[in-house]
Design a protein around this ligand. Sequence first.
Ligand SMILES: Cc1ncc(COP(=O)(O)O)c(C=O)c1O
Length: 366
Amino acid sequence: MTIPFIDLKLQYLALKASVDARIHRVLDHGQYIMGPEVRELEEQLEVYTGARHCITVASGTEALLISLMSLGIKPGDEIITTPFTFVATAEVIVLLGAVPVFVDIEPDTCNINASLIEAAITPKTRAIMPVSLYGQPADMDEINAIVARHGNITVIEDAAQSFGAQYKGRKSCNLSTIGCTSFFPSKPLGCYGDGGAIFTNDDALAQAMREIRVHGQERRYVHTRVGVGGRMDTIQCAIVLAKLERFDWEIEQRLKIGARYNELLAGKVQAVTQYHDRTSVFAQYTVFIENRERLQEVLKQAGIPTAVHYPVPLNEQPAYRHLCCPDCTPISQQRARQVMSLPMSADLQEVEQDFIVNALCEASKR
Ligand SMILES: Cc1ncc(COP(=O)(O)O)c(C=O)c1O
């Protein structure tokens, strides 16, 4: 049996009629940039998340960058975040000349450890960027409460992996002042290229973000601020609109498949913990194991692909390690050696899952 890590082909086949029709509509009207599907998608995502404003952008990375720009982040400002994430989270901070301040993670969820944040705040702290890793929101209420005690610090949820997840009954992306997501193809809600979105309930920030997305343009050829070319293509918006048609079903499937992995692996292989007050959309289903390379090879031989998110914490990466000593975040160091993600998609079949779990349990006994 050969199992795909994520089956985007099956998903396309299930949605082919809608995706094709949506793409053809764009080809017919020809408004490839800022066509009507852009606002249509934003409106649907505003309803979905409950956020007042959705601003689609060129990628998840661009969403984070534009968010920081809308806050006027400048050289020397400090942004607290996690080192156990995809590089984009810290990259955008450094691009603006600001400084990422890395705070260690919780060992069970791999999300930023909110109880360590307060000690990292200085007069230069301007924002906190928790990442809702693997699709499970970080402890957002705790983080919002810390900010409320300090003033002039904004919380930006990096929800690139968690669109569709819930935290205490509220939707990820609408859990703090700003939420950013990615529509990278393999994300829980993906397009067929690059795309992303920013969410906020703040009217002034939303206006700034809309302008920054189009070169800081307030109206045609009037540039009141410095911006970027950060729009999401109309065709990509049309594809996400088609994908929304079965998104609720996909989320239900992901929750079921994640819960079934938990049951089948219980007592055998340790996995990332899911808290009861929130859901994970399982952008990744991740376990903690020793001898990772050997296990990956055994599973590969059995036709089971695996992935590692992430093998090196950002404060050990050559471009970032001067910013914070790796030994300051020992849990990230430890988890980076142990994490391994298993195949996960809404179309994963029970027989495939049984096969994966049996192979993993057998291999980890050896
Ligand atoms: C946590 C996190 N932040 C940011 C990004 C960047 O998103 P994009 O690839 O759409 O630029 C990703 C995507 O992999 C991510 O996983």
